[in-house]
Design a protein around this ligand. Structure first.
Ligand SMILES: Cc1cc2nc3c(=O)[nH]c(=O)nc-3n(C[C@H](O)[C@H](O)[C@H](O)COP(=O)(O)OP(=O)(O)OC[C@H]3O[C@@H](n4cnc5c(N)ncnc54)[C@H](O)[C@@H]3O)c2cc1C
Length: 488
């Protein structure tokens, strides 16, 4: 049922959420780092009689993306890297749906819910925190073969795929097929790609110890990076150290190399290498959310909403667009410390969100806003269990176990809600005594498969041949390697 006014939607869902249109309505687009932290800060500063806040996101939770590599490795439970919006931000309405267009001149956004017709809601003030999406290229086979690494669903799918391939390969006699199953390709050598391959390889190495048929040397992990170095977020020295560490673990790393094709899992690299792989993970960069093109907000050449240092949306001449605010990966926010615009990372997104919340609250009280100015505290990356690199305050370079501890400490403190912090730390503590969990739940991606099979009408029974008594052959059946592929 199309709906034109949010109050109608809210009334049906939750009587307490009724809001009079005399109260200014702030609509926050995206419930990620920017959405959660800005909504929380605005609610902290403004009471229910001063502002109604609505957060719109297709997912009912915020994902803390820096923990996705650890979720893929099973060091953190997938549910614990997300913060449920309704619990984490009290006193706001959460609308589950995709924003499909923004008409700021008319102060309205259109939302497509998962089921049912699209509807529009009106607002007085807009906060844009729509983040970024994977930046892909028109590479043959990429869309059909590869998986991204931006959401918790993708991270868990990568984990299940890798463990499932190990399971199935251990029961495969064909050496070509086994090699293909145990070859894992990661494209992109930035933070996301390096942390993802480091964590997943470390998990796969731990997993094969449970398979007498397999050896760690059967695993082939390949990282493909288009530029001449990895980890551009840290110094060349730390990037070089990371490269050495990954190569010491027998990972193949190809620099200044591009993925040319991956049709049906046949990998072709620009350096002439060709091989087969069942798993391709794409982490080669992000771009601003494309839905911003369906808006009348000013965008820069990279498709990001342009803002001033107060996080107010501004046009190309720097003139403030009234009642519009933006931050995070989807925004071009001036970096008052180093010049240019702030890089897309969680460190900036969370701090910008808090500043934006303060400024929006101030503007509603006719107070002066404050500029966003943040000196980068550094970068920390995990390369798998007990290994990491960190560059703090520009100059301090840390590597190995201590950097890994810094990575965990920094990110668990940045993870929203004490509930999640405690659950994550409890999981890490448990793993110290109980060892890493390496079970694959491959069939979780098709949970109805067994039920479908059970619902098939039984095939008509063939007449038993008179001379041969019907006899089950359990030993032979158990020896059939592909018999339970679907269940692994
Ligand atoms: C694997 C990985 C590792 C990372 N590691 C680090 C790290 O170590 N350190 C660091 O600082 N940064 C790291 N980052 C980057 C960091 O996570 C992002 O910069 C940060 O999350 C950006 O916050 P945001 O709010 O702008 O976007 P997001 O947190 O991505 O939030 C955007 C939200 O918008 C929602 N959305 C999207 N489209 C729509 C739509 N049409 N309608 C409504 N809602 C929509 C999404 O569902 C999402 O909830 C990492 C990122 C990844 C992927």
């Amino acid at each position: 049922m199309p709906q034109d006014e949010l109050t109608e939607v809210s009334r049906a869902q939750k009587p307490a959420a009724r809001t009079s249109r005399k109260v200014p309505r702030i609509v926050v687009l995206g419930g990620g780092s920017v959405g959660l932290y800005s909504a929380r800060r605005i609610r902290k500063r403004l009471g229910g009689r001063e502002a109604a806040i609505v957060v719109v996101d297709p997912r009912p939770y915020m994902t803390y993306q820096p923990f996705l590599p650890e979720a893929a490795a099973g060091s953190i439970d997938g549910r614990h890297v997300v913060a449920p919006l309704r619990r984490a931000v009290k006193g706001v309405d959460v609308l589950q749906g995709m924003v499909t267009s923004i008409d700021h001149a008319g102060r309205r956004v259109t939302i497509q819910p998962e089921s049912g017709d699209a509807y529009t809601i009106r607002y007085d003030h807009l906060v844009v925190g729509l983040g970024a999406v994977s930046r892909t290229l028109p590479i043959p086979g990429l869309a059909e073969t590869a998986i991204g690494f931006k959401t918790v669903e993708e991270a868990i799918a990568v984990r299940n795929q890798v463990l499932n391939r190990i399971d199935v390969a251990s029961s495969t006699w064909d050496p070509e097929l086994r090699r293909r199953m145990l070859t894992f390709v990661f494209v992109g050598g930035g933070f996301a790609g390096v942390e993802a391959i480091g964590e997943v390889e470390s998990m796969a190495r731990a997993a094969v110890t449970y398979y007498p048929e397999l050896d760690a040397s059967d695993l082939r992990f390949v990282l493909v990076e288009g530029s001449p170095r990895i980890l551009p977020e840290v110094s060349a020295e730390l990037g070089g150290y990371t490269l050495d560490q990954l190569r010491k673990r027998d990972m193949e790393i190809y620099l200044s190399t591009f993925l040319s094709s991956c049709v049906d899992g046949h990998i072709v690299l620009s350096n002439g290498q060709e091989f087969d792989a069942d798993t391709v993970v794409w982490t080669a960069g992000v771009k601003a959310n494309p839905v911003l093109k369906e808006s009348d907000l000013p965008l820069d050449a990279l498709g990001r909403v342009t803002t001033n240092a107060f996080l107010q949306v501004v046009d190309a001449e720097g003139v403030v667009v009234p009642d519009a605010w933006a931050a995070g990966d989807c925004a071009a926010v001036p970096d008052l410390v180093t010049g240019g615009t702030c890089p897309p990372n969680a460190q900036h997104a969370i701090r910008q969100a808090n500043r934006l919340g303060e400024n929006l609250a101030k503007s509603l009280r006719s107070a002066e806003p404050t500029e966003y100015k943040h000196k980068n505290v550094g970068a920390v990356a995990s390369l798998g269990m007990y290994m990491g690199v960190a560059q703090m305050f520009g100059r301090l370079k840390v590597r190995g176990w201590f950097a890994w501890v810094l990575h965990r400490t920094y990110h668990v403190m940045a993870m929203p809600t004490w509930n999640r912090k405690i659950r994550i730390m409890a999981g890490w503590t448990g793993a110290l005594f109980l060892r890493r969990e390496v079970i694959s739940l491959g069939s979780i991606h098709d949970p109805r498969a067994s039920f479908r099979a059970a619902s098939q009408p039984a095939p008509a029974k063939a007449e038993p041949a008179k001379a041969e008594p019907a006899k089950a052959e359990p030993a032979d059946a158990a020896a059939e390697p592909a018999a339970n592929d679907d269940e692994s």
